[in-house]
Design a protein around this ligand. Structure first.
Ligand code: FAD
Length: 487
């Protein structure tokens, strides 16, 4: 009759599956979040995600407190620990003498391994671990092909998703009405949420970015997006335009419930609003990649399609130099460089640009997709193993339902199509501001006079292209030809 709610990627108090179940079945429930040193130790000291989490926990703590208060329980709050979660959770559960720990599924292989350990320690102490689906609408093996296999192709997956969807899947898990079971935090654990410096982290530029934190930040962005969701299908591919929702970080850390997002989108989809249908599809892609990771965990470091592991990517000194140019946004291709400036300065990158820079890394620079994947993992504030791996394997053609290997994005054409006036490029590459629109996509094709008039000196104030696209394309077609030969 006593329970412990362990928050991880579900940092909200409303519509939270595990919290709902814990409060419903237990007489007293404590809530905990662990800044897990097993994870924190691997991160750079300035990391926007740690700051995002920290700020969101301050709000979660306050939300729990007021939920308790409204139900007549004082001194409710979030216990925040800074420790190894796999040891700290069983230890706390024992100290609080709970019978069960409640949590929501996290299907990242590292999280599953951690949870298996926690399960073992808890079982040893006679404590149960209850885990719930919360992060996606359909998970694991809930949707299968007629032959009973997990889906590897998106469109039939999406059709099955829409067909199998019942109102139940989108229903919120109410919390407030059960909040009387929230238990006062014992005095020894009543401490404020640690500051970044307590965690040995530095403040980032998060507060200067348009990234509001916590469940209130998610509400704010969702409200804003719903006013333009009907135009999403037309606007979403143009990085200079406020087209997408910018909710990815909230879906990542669960400050937004995916059920809430999907239920609004689904209702509008049924009304025939094209933008909402397209957006719902993106949420279905998110579920799709989560079930791929859960069912095919080899994708973490191997190609989904094994024949693609025979491809030989560039390596050695020159490859490392090309990689550094890509990371720093010094490739000489303005759209690629502006996109890399966006991720480096803000931790976010527009979806179209993620596809462009990923394709450029693999198919223009000839580098291993895992290098790019790792860079994104370190820099994206919305980094999510399932979606990121899915996106990279899509771009490198090694994934399920990926871009065919012989389809190679032309970075100049992409730039002309999706940033026609170079608005996005100029926002991130001010040195190109004065170039005429006609040469902003490929400055090396500009005439000397035009460059001079724009105050630009190629090779000095802006790099010359590090590779020639046409040549790179030929090399890639040869490199990828091995996939045809593998039986
Ligand atoms: P919106 O367009 O408003 O989409 C709504 C939501 O749908 C997103 O927040 C996201 O949760 C989901 N979504 C959209 N597109 C995809 C997709 N292709 N796959 C899975 N989910 C999707 N998304 C991440 O959340 N984390 C990542 O680490 C990540 N890495 C990527 C790497 C590459 C190479 C590529 C091509 C895509 C990656 N994506 C990733 C998917 C997509 O680019 C982002 O979800 C999107 O740009 C986030 O912006 P938004 O919230 O404004 O998106």
């Amino acid at each position: 009759d006593k329970g412990l709610m362990w928050f991880r990627r579900d940092l909200r108090s409303e519509d939270n599956a595990a919290l709902h179940h814990a409060l419903k079945v237990c007489r007293q429930v404590w809530c905990v979040f662990v800044f897990d040193t097993d994870i924190l130790d691997t991160l750079p000291r300035a990391d926007r995600r740690v700051e995002f989490i920290r700020e969101s926990l301050v709000e979660l703590d306050a939300d729990l407190r007021s939920l308790g208060h409204a139900s007549g329980v004082e001194n409710v709050g979030l216990i925040v620990l800074h420790d190894q979660a796999r040891r700290a959770i069983p230890a706390l559960a024992q100290r609080l003498q709970v019978q069960a720990v409640f949590t929501n599924h996290d299907d990242d292989p590292a999280a599953l391994a951690r949870d298996a350990q926690v399960f073992g320690y808890l079982a040893h102490a006679g404590i149960l671990l209850h885990s719930h689906k919360d992060h996606v609408i359909f998970e694991r093996r809930e949707l299968l092909t007629q032959a009973g296999h997990p889906f590897g192709v998106f469109t039939p997956y999406k059709n099955a998703w829409l067909k199998q969807l019942e109102p139940f899947h989108l229903k919120a898990y109410p919390v407030a009405r059960y909040a009387g079971a929230l238990a006062p935090v014992p005095p020894e654990w009543v401490v404020p949420v640690p500051r970044l410096s307590d965690l040995d982290f530095e403040t980032t530029n998060l507060a200067q970015l348009p990234v509001p934190t916590g469940a209130s930040g998610a509400r704010q962005l969702l409200t804003d997006f719903l006013q333009r969701i009907d135009r999403y299908d037309q606007a979403r591919d143009f990085p200079a335009v406020k087209g997408p929702s910018y909710l990815s970080v909230h879906l990542r850390f669960g400050t937004l419930s995916v059920r809430q997002a999907a239920s609004v989108a689904h209702a509008m989809h049924l009304q025939g609003i094209a933008g909402a249908s397209t957006w719902l599809s993106e949420l279905i892609w998110r579920d799709f990649y989560h079930q791929i990771l859960a069912n095919f965990p080899h994708v973490v470091d191997k190609a989904f399609k094994p024949e693609y592991d025979h491809i030989k990517f560039e390596h050695g000194k020159h490859a490392k130099e090309l990689f550094a140019a890509w990371c720093e946004g010094h490739t000489g291709y303005p759209l690629v460089d502006a996109a890399m400036a966006q991720i480096n300065q803000t931790g976010y990158m527009h979806n179209r640009l993620r596809m462009v820079v990923a394709s450029f890394l693999v198919k223009d620079l000839g580098l291993d997709w895992r290098w790019g994947e790792r860079y994104f993992a370190e820099h994206l504030i919305d980094y999510d193993l399932a979606a990121n791996n899915g996106g990279w394997q899509w771009a490198s053609s090694s994934g399920c339902d990926a871009q065919p290997w012989f389809r190679i994005f032309n970075p100049v054409t992409q730039s002309e199509r999706f940033d026609p006036q170079g608005k996005f490029i100029r926002r991130y590459l001010p040195q190109l501001t004065h170039l005429p629109d006609a040469c902003i996509h490929a400055p090396w094709q500009a005439r000397e006079l035009e460059l001079a008039a724009a105050g630009l000196e190629l090779g000095k104030t802006y790099p010359r292209p590090v590779v020639d696209h046409a040549e790179a394309r030929e090399r890639t077609l040869l490199r990828y030809a091995v996939v045809k030969k593998v039986p």
